[in-house]
Design a binder for this molecule. Structure first.
Ligand code: SF4
Ligand code: SF4
Length: 458
């Protein structure tokens, strides 16, 4: 089990104490002395570094490190495993919903996991009745939790703006009655935004995720209409207008996907930053290897290089007072998120579920349409299928052999359960084997995120 992780980012060296989460900026000598498997004896270290540093320097560096180790600051013990074992039997409350407002979409993006909105089924739009019943469902299932998150998702949710409005207005009434706070997020391809919709969303939706892949030529290759034409020229002005309305206090993301077609995705992030967006997310596509857009092992060096370039750019812009945030570099080094989240991640099937237009319940939007994972229906009085929830809950970092050993376990929390299930190399599909390519990118992003935070806090 990795107890520390050392890495170099740009010209700086860092070590993380995995179990406590403490991060230390170190010099090259200390970096070279440190061994991920434990601190060896002074003789062993002197012998290993003989010729690279003077005996005195090695001795001094070693003594300083030894103090940290003896003080329990490095190679500290794991305090969470008992909590993980207990949490499996604790009752979960649902605090977040993904409402698939429309199993339909007016774009035909080439990498869409929802099969252009259809989710392996037929096209369908949620009725206000299903939406309201879903709000009742989550209020009832949220138990003592006050804060509830609802994602207005698709396909494209704005194909049914009237339904969205009815659901939001209903939720506003119900949250007062039940003393809850319901916060909405909406993910939209931005094509259908009008002044009226923007005004309503701005006033009523806590976070708006606006899909755009970056440069026009990149966006227009994949985010296309039925006739094959690109969407960039139609969406960019609308996204800008929507973001301008949000001012500095309200949340949004300009969010895109990178594929094999744009492994130079740093250019897309830079493009969005140059267009004035301050909250940006560009995520790796996850597709079977047979898909021409899928990312492969051989793409990793260029992908890592893009994250390095992004790190340098963000440091530079921070110094110039012109910074932006990159979703995957957001990390909290001071204690968050909570222990349960660190161990189990997203909470799919337990704290979070997705509801389809006909009221079927799945552990999350990525499982929608896979009948093996249907947990119930909001119109049925039957209990949810607890075996699915339990299997997902048990898939925490301590039960995943690779995660158990991994230095990134408390930041990554064991990866996306759906990606693990769908894309790991285990022929007997399971949640317990991580999606390897995702792990490698995740670890690189975590290093960049930690270094960025440390550097900015200097
Ligand atoms: S999913 Fe991968 S990166 Fe994440 S903790 Fe597990 S092994 Fe590490
Ligand atoms: S399983 Fe993956 S896609 Fe589903 S909620 Fe969790 S992290 Fe998100």
């Amino acid at each position: 089990m990795s107890l520390i992780h050392k890495f170099k980012q740009s010209d700086d060296y860092y070590v993380i104490d995995v179990n406590s989460g403490s991060v230390h900026a170190i010099d090259k000598l200390v970096y070279d002395i440190l061994d991920e498997n434990g601190l060896g004896s002074k003789e062993e270290v002197s012998c290993r570094l003989n010729g690279e540093y003077s005996k005195e320097d090695i001795s001094e560096g070693y003594d300083e490190l030894k103090e940290l180790v003896d003080g329990g600051i490095l190679y500290s013990k794991d305090l969470y495993e008992d909590i993980a074992i207990k949490s499996v039997d604790e009752k979960s409350y649902i605090k977040a919903l993904c409402l698939n407002i429309a199993h339909d979409c007016n774009l035909k993006c080439k990498y869409c996991f929802a099969e252009e909105g259809e989710y392996h089924g037929k096209r369908m739009i949620m009725t206000a009745e299903v939406g309201k019943k879903s709000i009742d469902f989550v209020i009832k299932r949220s138990g003592p939790r006050k804060n509830i998150e609802v994602d207005l998702f698709g396909g494209e949710p704005l194909l049914a703006f009237d339904v969205v409005k009815e659901i939001v207005e209903y939720a506003k009434e119900q949250e007062k009655i039940y003393n809850k706070e319901i916060r909405f997020t909406m993910t939209t391809n931005a094509t259908l935004l009008t002044d009226e919709i923007m005004k309503y969303a701005d006033e009523n939706v806590g976070n708006i995720v606006l899909s755009i892949d970056g440069r026009k030529e990149v966006n227009d290759k994949v985010r296309v209409r039925a006739d094959g034409s690109g969407s960039y020229d139609a969406i960019m002005p609308k996204i800008k207008k929507m973001v301008d309305m949000r001012d500095k206090t309200k949340q949004y993301y300009a969010r895109g996907t990178f594929t094999r077609e744009n492994t130079d995705f740093f250019e897309d992030i830079k493009h969005l930053a140059n267009e004035g967006f301050k909250e940006i997310s560009i995520e790796p596509v996850v597709l079977p290897e047979s898909d021409p857009l899928s990312l492969r092992e051989q793409d990793l060096p260029i992908i890592f290089n893009q994250y390095d370039k992004l790190y340098d750019e963000m440091i530079k812009r921070h110094k110039d007072g012109n910074e932006f945030k990159f979703y995957h570099f957001n990390i909290d080094l001071q204690g968050g998120p909570c222990v349960y989240k660190r161990i189990s991640g997203c909470g799919a099937g337990n704290e979070y579920v997705a509801i389809t237009p006909n009221g079927d319940i799945y552990p999350c939007h990525q499982f929608v349409g896979n009948e093996d994972f249907k947990m119930g229906n909001i119109f049925s009085s039957d209990e949810l299928k607890e075996d699915i929830a339990k299997e997902l809950k048990e898939a925490n970092i301590y039960n995943k052999p690779k995660c158990r050993e991994c230095w990134a376990r408390f930041y990554c929390s064991g990866g996306c359960q759906a990606n693990n299930y769908n894309f790991n190399e285990n022929p007997n599909k399971d949640f317990l084997t991580p999606y390897e390519l995702g792990c490698k990118m995740q670890k690189k992003r975590i290093e960049c995120a930690i270094a960025l935070k440390a550097k900015i806090m200097e």
